[in-house]
Design a protein around this ligand. Sequence first.
Ligand code: ADP
Ligand code: ADP
Length: 226
Amino acid sequence: MIELDNVSKNFGDTGVLDGVTGEVNRGEIFAVIGPSGAGKSTLLRLIDLLDTPTGGAIRVGGTDIHAEREKSLSIRRMMGMVFQKPAVFNATVAENIAVGLRFRGASKSESHSRIEEALDMVGLVGYGERRARTLSGGEMQRVALARAMVIEPEILLLDEPTANLDPVSVATIEDLVVRINRDLGTTIVFSTHDMYQGQRLAHRIGVLMTGVFSQVGTPREVFTLP
Ligand code: ADP
Ligand code: ADP
């Protein structure tokens, strides 16, 4: 579903990614694990078309997403992304979730039912009229997840989604990730510096070190010593 083909990224003279190669299969949960500064956010931003690679190619469903620009809008619409810092704007929870739908020309009644469904999915029924910025960090991250999911993406990208959360919120988000994948079949790529989280959630893991995937495999393959 997502092919990373020798992907590199430099910021000026600094090389961050130096030939990342690997594949994310349709329907799996794939973890990008690596220490802080390894380039995890950079890699997810490249997949999400928020930045362009210096070299190599990223293919989604066979399309080279950075080369075939005329297809990038439809590719973008297949993907939802959640950032490390819960990103909600100063409006109600429902308005925050509705943002993704606006561009898709959903009718008001369709938007309304989709928003209700999304709130239900993340366990925030009844929160639609609350101001998003008055919520806890964990709740805000669930709003961000609902916004990403309301468009029914085929691919969900999560950049260290639990990095700033308390343990109970971490468990809630982890549970949601597993349920979204299992119930909706969404392909999920998430990044983490926590190898235990990778082990708990991922079907397969790519270990990002010194600009490349030093290993790609199941948690058992990656964490079992030879
Ligand atoms: P991670 O998510 O694994 O912590 P990042 O992808 O955020 O790593 O960052 C990898 C490296 O790239 C860091 O050294 C960071 O400072 C650098 N970097 C990220 N984005 C930019 C940018 N826009 N300009 C310059 N350097 C950047
Ligand atoms: P507009 O600015 O187009 O009048 P709103 O900002 O009021 O629309 O709402 C955007 C969308 O979110 C609408 O389609 C509306 O149906 C939906 N919506 C607004 N409030 C809620 C809510 N509390 N619960 C569910 N959906 C809502």
